[in-house]
Design a protein around this ligand. Structure first.
Ligand code: ATP
Ligand code: TPS
Ligand code: MG
Length: 272
């Protein structure tokens, strides 16, 4: 067990383990977005930082087929922050929240040596899409294209500038796909750590592994912060799913089948 899971396992809660905790028809989720861990202030404007921190949080709700309703924002800011930067942060939070119909209902503001954001999202769902529910012989797919986020991160680390539309700053979520296809999916989650790492989470949640029917390079499968969907479905629904994904213009890459084999993540763990 890696150290992250070792720590989380101390809580011994059956609610833990999905993108958010489902209680009744409400989903509670929280994600951190910290300076020097998730971004550097020279890479992005304060507006972009706030907007991305909201999007990565909304992603966990969307990935469970839940509609985000409320947000609680915790913001730690350096004492040197200007009013202009504060207004930019606030606009980034407000614009993204309003795009998704989210009401910002509270939070906490403190000063610190870095800009660190933590957001709680409360969302509701009539048909939750969970990580569990995978059975042997189901097909595994991801949406869209993977790899660009890692490339752009490497560019930034090499001091290059990003394109304004770069996925690193401008995330598009797959709410239409999840909404239109959830009834055909057995399981789903968003790809935040990278395909191979997130497959590891899917494998442990279901005590199954995967047989790959395509070779996927590490450049693609170890790229984190993609916020595409990783999904599983019964083979019987393959045609219907391809049709429904096309209706919402979502590329679907079917690349593996679940099987009783051991899964090994070939990417480096990035937390510990
Ligand atoms: N410090 C913690 N205390 C309690 N539960 C935690 C803690 N950290 C993580 N969890 C829970 O563990 C599970 C996995 O968390 P994780 O952060 O890996 O979610 P994720 O959506 O897969 O990843 P990411 O943070 O990359 O978006 C979730 O159910 C989460 O709520
Ligand atoms: C300064 C800086 N260094 C590295 C990265 C790359 N990175 C950070 S978190 C993450 C995956 C999901 O994270 P989490 O599980 O923490 O939510 C990735 C790929 C970055 N964005 N900024
Ligand atoms: Mg997630």
């Amino acid at each position: 067990m890696n150290l992250e899971n070792y720590f989380i396992s101390q809580f011994n809660s059956s609610r833990i383990g999905d993108d958010g905790a489902l209680i009744g028809d409400t989903v509670y989720s929280k994600d951190a977005f910290f300076e020097n861990v998730h971004f550097k202030t020279k890479w992005m404007s304060h507006y972009q930082i706030a907007a991305k921190s909201m999007m990565i949080n909304i992603s966990d709700a969307i990935s469970m087929n839940a509609k985000p309703k409320y947000a609680l924002l915790s913001v730690a800011m350096p004492k040197s922050i200007s009013k202009q930067q504060m207004r930019e942060l606030a606009s980034g939070f407000k614009d993204t929240a309003s795009t998704y119909g989210i009401e910002i209902i509270g939070g906490d503001t403190i000063s610190n040596i870095k800009l660190d954001i933590t957001i709680t999202i409360i969302s509701t769902t009539k048909r939750p899409l969970l990580r569990s529910g995978l059975r042997q012989g189901y097909m595994i797919a991801y949406t869209g294209e993977l790899g660009k986020s890692k490339k752009d991160l490497q560019r930034l680390l090499g001091n290059a500038k990003l394109h304004k539309k770069s996925k690193f700053v401008d995330i598009k979520l797959r709410e239409k796909f999840v909404n239109n296809c959830s009834r055909l999916l057995s399981s789903g989650m968003d790809i935040s750590d990278g395909l191979f790492s997130d497959l590891d989470k899917l494998a442990s949640a279901n005590k199954l592994g995967f047989k790959f029917n395509k070779k996927i390079s590490k450049a693609i499968a170890c790229s984190g912060e993609e916020y595409e969907m990783l999904v599983a479905f019964d083979k019987r629904y393959k045609k219907a799913l391809i049709r429904r994904a096309a209706q919402v213009r979502t590329p679907l890459n079917i690349f593996a089948t679940s099987a009783r084999v051991r899964y090994t993540n070939r990417c480096k763990a990035h937390h510990f």
